[in-house]
Design a protein around this ligand. Structure first.
Ligand code: B1M
Length: 211
């Protein structure tokens, strides 16, 4: 089995220590950083993503895999910056004001990171000013908002309206999600897309940015 397959396998199993060791071993053998990232770590998370979408694995498994992937990314991040590998795009993400539910948002952020996007995670209970300041400051391509309460999802509309008023709307694609959010709601408030789960959020983001 090639070392990439082994790394992908260990990501799926959530073995952070093995992932770390295998990456160090690959780097010592001068394996290119991009190949470790694309054929090892991201490949592993893609499989996790698919299995999660098909209900073959569940949140605890996704979280341990995401942790293993993040361990690997921590080693590769400085090297990737050196080798100028461009991320697929920049995503500002957060759970909207008044809402403390962040588990789903965290999974979406991790999956997007695993797919090769740069993530600016603003956390939970995020006011519109913070979302829009970050979009401007980071020149983000995607604004991602999560809400788990029927009361807080209404705030997503306000954020989109304010982005329009501030002349930012045409520069970003807006994606939304969270248990009470629907495709119809996304269309109603003028978001560019809705994803029911983290794997779909990755597909949606790639589609919106033509990646
Ligand atoms: Co709360 N809570 N909660 N809660 N909580 C719900 C949401 C609720 C449905 C439970 C219920 O009553 N059946 C209900 C909302 C009812 C409603 O609005 N209609 C509810 C309530 C009422 C409350 C409180 C008001 C309770 C109280 O205090 N009386 C309170 C509110 C606090 C606040 O936010 N201000 C509260 C508090 C909490 C805890 C703090 C205890 C905890 C949150 C811990 C945390 O997140 N750190 C909590 C939890 C855990 C839940 C439930 C049980 C589980 C949510 C969860 O993590 N699911 C939830 C019940 C439920 O949803 N059935 C509930 C797992 C997660 C992986 O799924 O978040 O849906 P989810 O994310 C998915 C997709 O939705 C999608 O991808 C994710 C991964 O597949 N997705 C996106 C999510 N964000 C996305 C963004 C995207 C794209 C896709 O693009 C950007």
């Amino acid at each position: 089995m090639e070392i990439f397959d082994t790394i992908a396998d260990e990501v799926q199993k959530g073995n952070s220590d093995s992932v770390q060791e295998l990456i160090k071993k690959s780097l010592l053998k001068d394996v290119p950083v991009e190949e470790i990232l694309n054929n090892g770590l991201i490949k592993g998370m893609e499989i996790v993503s698919e299995k999660f979408k098909n209900n073959e694995i569940f949140i605890p498994e996704v979280l341990v895999s995401a942790k293993a992937m993040n361990t690997g990314l921590t080693i590769l991040k400085p090297l990737l910056a050196e080798s100028n590998v461009k991320p697929l795009g920049k995503v500002v993400i957060g759970t909207v004001r008044g809402d403390l539910h962040d588990i789903g948002k965290n999974i979406v952020a991790m999956m997007l990171q695993g797919a090769g996007f740069e993530i600016i995670d603003l956390g939970a209970d995020v006011p519109k000013e913070k979302f829009l300041e970050s979009v401007k400051k980071e020149s983000a391509n995607i604004l991602g908002m999560s809400a788990l309460l029927t009361t807080t999802m209404l705030y997503m509309k306000e954020i989109i309206e304010t982005a329009k008023e501030e002349g930012l709307r045409q520069d970003i694609k807006v994606i939304i999600g969270g248990a009470p959010v629907t495709e119809a709601y996304a269309a109603q408030i003028g978001a560019d897309g809705y994803a029911p789960d983290a794997a779909s959020a990755v597909d949606l983001t790639k589609m919106l940015l033509n990646k």
